[in-house]
Design a protein around this ligand. Sequence first.
Ligand code: 6PG
Length: 238
Amino acid sequence: MGLHIYKNKELLAEGLAGWIVGNMTHVLKAQKRYSFVLSGGHTPKQLYHILSAKYKRAVDWNRVDFFWGDERYVPFTDDRNNARMAYECLLTPLGIPSENIFVMPTDPTPQEAALQYEITLKKYFGESAARFDLVLLGMGADGHTLSLFPGSDLIDYTGQEWVKDTVNQKEHLPRITLMPSLINASENVLFCISGAEKAAPAYQVLKGSYNPSVYPSQLIRPESGAMWFMDLDAAEKL
Ligand code: 6PG
């Protein structure tokens, strides 16, 4: 587990952007494409702005394929939609071709959308093992990540699906989410977390006893360990 702590959220976004661009540059010397799973929520917005404004010429972005870790079940036109935010802050400013962007559908039923996205991923990776180059995750103040919420029936789910539908009980909103087994098979998995409200759950996730039904972020255990990019406020209790 790599812990990267920055003085404030601005420096956190700058530091993480530098790490991501460095990794993309290194990986793209050895392979043709780079698969990048984006996170939703508010935290990554500043990171996306920096990547699109400061690093537009630093990366051959046409060789990067974009996916999502989860999606709120609202239309793309709804400003809660994670893909919409990424388009606004990152994908449109970088001019990413639509064929390199794999949005989670929010028009069929949630169950159908999860099935469709799994088919999309299996077409991209083949039926065998999917291995994203980078998964960017956030964490909620309740310790959730992706759309894996405390008490969810997905916490102990043992099925083989890569993508599942669920419901955020607080928002009464259906969600689509990648499953931990798929995330944990990825090359690089990192959390980007800022703010004092994340300090207590971050401590429990990283230092507390293993209790994923309360702290679902503990389900994220990739082989090489997850990296944690945090500001001082979020890392205060570590
Ligand atoms: C979402 C995200 C979710 C997010 C956390 C943190 O759709 O909300 O996928 O897992 O990463 O809720 O969100 P903030 O960055 O807004 O605190």
